[in-house]
Design a protein around this ligand. Structure first.
Ligand SMILES: [Zn+2]
Length: 359
């Protein structure tokens, strides 16, 4: 370490600043002393770095940054400065060509900005760690779901025990629905994992901001879908009040719906999938979940009669969107890609299907 005594004369008492250079960094301490007593300079750095200098002087402290930079500039010091004061410690980048700060901004540059930067850094690091943990759980949720069964390329996991044969039967039903998807969307190769999450604390971990949803798919993070409370043995998913969702929306339907979102995302790309209108994104996933089995005349009649199930906001179901997509695919013979590209609102499609339906 190289220690240099640097003397600064101000309008106040004479101050001694001691610069220490160590490992490419420069540290500075200060110590008040009598004008006539030029002693203890060698202890200045050590004393201040240990926080033993308790002689605060706000005006002098405000000048500290500029003094420090001046000292470091004169020493041709390194790129890293450790500035120590009786109150706090912070670190500054040293730019030998930078002008000295005007006095009006010294407080901001020397104290406010370092503190704010430190706070922002802590928040960013904490958020990054949190994101890493959440993504890790979403990628590898198996430890949270101790019971599982495989059937073909599908995997079924649950945090409650279930009958293995009924689990395989459920997976067969999911596979049947996926195989009936429009040919452009089929993906018979990829492995998909279905997680039925019953315990509330587990649901909060994997459902995140869509805690109340029946299912969730985080495509393209992983080939996994999560379903809320469900009983594999009875092939039923339960609502928030504990009542089972009525047929035909079984647990396998919900699983196929969520996997359908992955099939759509693979066809469109993740960004385009995210930007799809809800009636296309959810309508296509629901069309897949129902295995393409859509009774267009019956649903059109219910739409005209104002049935609750045909109102997604009231029912929480996507029958209305499924009807519009099914009409485009089967009656107007649109391709899947044309459906994804269309700018038409669902109301325009509904006007055509109502006009085409027999009165
Ligand atoms: Zn959906």
């Amino acid at each position: 370490m190289i220690t240099v005594v640097f003397q600064f004369l101000s309008t106040g008492p004479e101050l001694n600043y001691t610069l220490g250079r160590h490992n490419g960094c420069v540290s500075m301490g200060r110590q008040h002393h009598r004008r006539s007593g030029a002693r203890a300079n060698r202890r200045a750095f050590t004393a201040t770095s240990k926080g033993s200098d308790r002689s605060p002087d706000a005006a002098q402290d405000a000048d500290l940054g500029s003094i420090f930079r001046l000292c470091a500039r004169s020493l041709h010091a390194s790129k890293c400065l450790n500035l120590r004061s009786p109150f706090t410690t912070h670190r500054q980048r040293y730019d030998p060509h930078a002008p000295l700060e005007p006095s009006s901004s010294k407080l901001l540059h020397n104290w406010v900005m370092p503190l704010a930067t430190g706070l922002i850094c802590r928040v960013v690091v904490t958020a990054a760690l949190l994101i890493v943990c959440v993504v890790g759980i979403l990628l590898y949720p198996e430890p949270l779901h101790g019971h599982h069964v495989d059937q073909g390329r599908l995997r079924l996991y649950s945090d409650r025990s279930f009958d293995a044969d009924k689990g395989r039967a459920l997976l067969n039903d999911v596979e049947r629905r996926l195989q009936a998807a429009p040919v452009e969307l089929r993906d018979p190769v990829s492995v998909y994992r279905i997680f039925v999450t019953n315990a509330e604390w587990r649901r909060r971990l994997v459902f995140l901001w869509v805690y109340l949803a029946g299912g969730v798919n985080y495509y393209p993070i992983a080939h996994s879908v999560f379903l809320r409370q469900g009983d594999v043995n009875t092939d039923r998913l339960f609502q928030t009040d504990g009542a089972p969702v009525a047929a035909p929306r079984t647990l396998s339907y919900f699983a196929a719906h969520e996997i359908g979102h992955s099939l759509i995302g693979k066809r469109t790309g993740a960004v385009a999938n995210w930007r799809l209108p809800a009636w296309i994104r959810e309508g296509m996933a629901d069309y897949i979940a129902f295995g393409g089995d859509v009774d267009i005349p019956a649903l059109t009649k219910e739409l005209l009669e104002g049935h609750r199930e045909l109102d997604p906001k009231r029912s929480g179901f996507y029958a209305r969107y499924r009807l519009a997509v099914a009409y485009l695919l089967t009656r107007e013979r649109w391709s899947v890609d044309k459906v994804f590209r269309t700018q038409q609102p669902s109301t325009e499609v509904e006007q055509r299907l109502v006009g085409a339906s027999p009165q």
